[in-house]
Each structure stands twice: as C-alpha cells, then as structure tokens.
Design a protein around this ligand. Sequence first.
Ligand code: F0G
Length: 366
Amino acid sequence: MAHQWQGVIREYIDRLPFAESDPIVTLGEGGTPLVHATALDARTGGEVYVKVEGMNPTGSFKDRGMTTAISHVLRSDAKIVACASTGNTSASAAAYAVAAGLKCAVILPAGKIAAGKLAQAIVHGANLVAVDGNFDDCLRIVRELTERFPVALVNSVNPYRLQGQKTAAFEVVDALGDAPDIHVLPVGNAGNISAYWMGYSEYAGHTTLASVDDSALHIEPVATKVPQMWGVQAWGAAPLVLGHPVEKPETVATAIRIGNPASWKYAEDARDQSHGWIDRVTDEQILEAQAILAAEVGVFIEPGSAASIAGLIKAAEEGKVPAGAKIVCTVTGNGLKDTATALAGRNLEINPIEPTLQATVEALAL
Ligand code: F0G
C-alpha cells in the first residue's frame, strides 16, 4: 500500500524535540514535490530543482513550523496563540489553531496583506488586528503582548517554528540522495534560511546556532555534505545585504517586506558557515521570475517566493553558477494567494463569443 504521509513531526520525530506520547497537531504538512525545472537548467547551466512549498495545507512553508509550534503550545496552559505576519504565518497559525482548538490573534500591517492570505485568516476565525505600520512594528507589538499576557507567540522567534521548518532540508536530501551543492531561498524575517541550514547541518551530523539540542550528534549522518546557502531579499527590503535595518521596507513581494529580520544572526551564520551569500533583486526581476516559473516550468508561485528564482537567474547572468551544480530553490508560497499582483498589467479583456464551435475555432485562430 502507498505510504500515507504523516506530517512532518511523525515523519521526522527522531530529529525533533517531540516524543511519541506528545500531543500532535497536524494538517498533513510537508512531503512537498521537488520538481526538476529543466527550463531553469537551460537558463542557468545548473541542474535546478524547485521545492514547491505552496503545496502545503495552507499554501506555504509556514505549516512545517506551525505543526511544531502549535503542538508545543498544547503542552502549556496557553489557550490563545498570536503572531505578527505579512500574511502566510497568520494563515497558517489561524488554521492550526482551529485544528488544536485554540484561539488565534494576528497582528498585520494594514493594507499590505495579499487578499488570499487575508481570506485564510478570516475564514479560519482568527482575531485580526491591522496596524498602521509595517511587519517590524507588528512583531514588536506581539512580542510585548505575549510577554505580558498568557498568549503563546508563534512567530519564528519561537524555536519550535524553526524545528519544524528544518524538515524541508531533510526532505530535499531524502529525495536527492545527498545535499545539493547550492540551496537558494527568499529571505524576509530570515527564519527559513536559518531552519534549512540547521536541517542540512544536522543531517550531515553537525549542530548550528539555531539547534535546540545535540541529538544530531548521536544519529548516523544521512548527508555527506552541506550546500552553500544563497539568500535573496527584495531590493527595497534588504537589511541583510546592506548590513543595517531598513526603516521603511518596500517591495511588491509583500511576504518579504521586512526591514529588521528577527533571525538576523542565524541567517548570517548560515551564509558564512556555508560559504554562501545574500543578495537582492528588484521588483521587476521578482515579477519576471514569477512569470518564467509559471510559463516555462508550470509552477505558480507568489512574488515573495519568486525572489529565490530571480536571485538564481541574476547569479547565472553574473557567472556565479558553477556549470552542472545541483541547485535547489525553495519556492515558499502558492501563487493563488496573490492573483492581483500576478495579473497586474495583463490583458484581462476576454470578450465573450457566440456559443458555437465555429466561433470558438475563430477565436482560437486555429
Ligand atoms: N516567502 C514567503 C511566501 C513568506 O511568506 C515569507 C515570510 C518568506 C518567503 C520569508 O521567510 O521570513 O523565514 O525569511 N513570511 C512571514 C509571514 C514573514 O508573516 O508570513 P523568512
């Protein structure tokens, strides 16, 4: 019988801070496709795979960290969880809170959340607060809130989040047989790049700054190496590239519109320990990469996710991609979350025709 995927905690329980007897809240996250993107091979000279995280239950990679964070909350007395978000974390927190029987409060930058993500938080019954400020303001508020009230913080400053998110690196190694040469990721609050680096390192038998225990040292390594970590930020929201916080971050990729990432140190460590880099791409490059992945590979991703593809294409143009290198790009969220941005500037005037075959054939110019 085909293996029924159990969600990331049960699949990787020996590498996570959970025991079989612990309560587990799962929506079946993880086990996402690793798609060989031959169109990107041609464009970059590498062997390029995309890890399609938009296939998770709420349409983004956040579900990997939410199963661990929310399951951990069930071991405490908290009945309410809270997060700041650019959209995907709130969608995921709201859904997993429902599954856990908890209440969820989300603090969002007003007017800067893609419609699909906002819809998710609403239909899952989260308590929404819109702040006249950016994500960094929201995170500051939610940190203060959770310090003073019996509310559990489920942003990635909660170490259980990164624990769950590191499983994506395990899946990549399990699928490819070893670590790739290079792993490319969009970087916003910088949790995910830190989590992947932890996952790759632990699978190779080392711990990192973000590791919570030394269990990796006691388990037989699965990978013989670790990849270079390449991080990509949006041009107007690139604190890790500039080396200082950005007060007014701005980008069409609202998911990564962040000026002062919480996991700053972990991300720098991932970059430096892996001999990788963090660069930035323009909004135009992001939207072009989104269109390329949709039209040439068949995967529809949101703009924030397209930063990784744009960064890889830029690196190839600058001659930074070694010929034949095995490269994995994480595409973090589903394109359906933000159709308005994807359709901006496209011709949407499709005039209705007579309901006949002949009119259809003419319209198709066959
Ligand atoms: N891609 C997408 C689609 C995201 O939603 C995010 C972050 C990132 C990339 C960046 O990941 O923060 O770990 O560096 N979204 C957060 C949110 C901030 O609130 O949904 P990161």
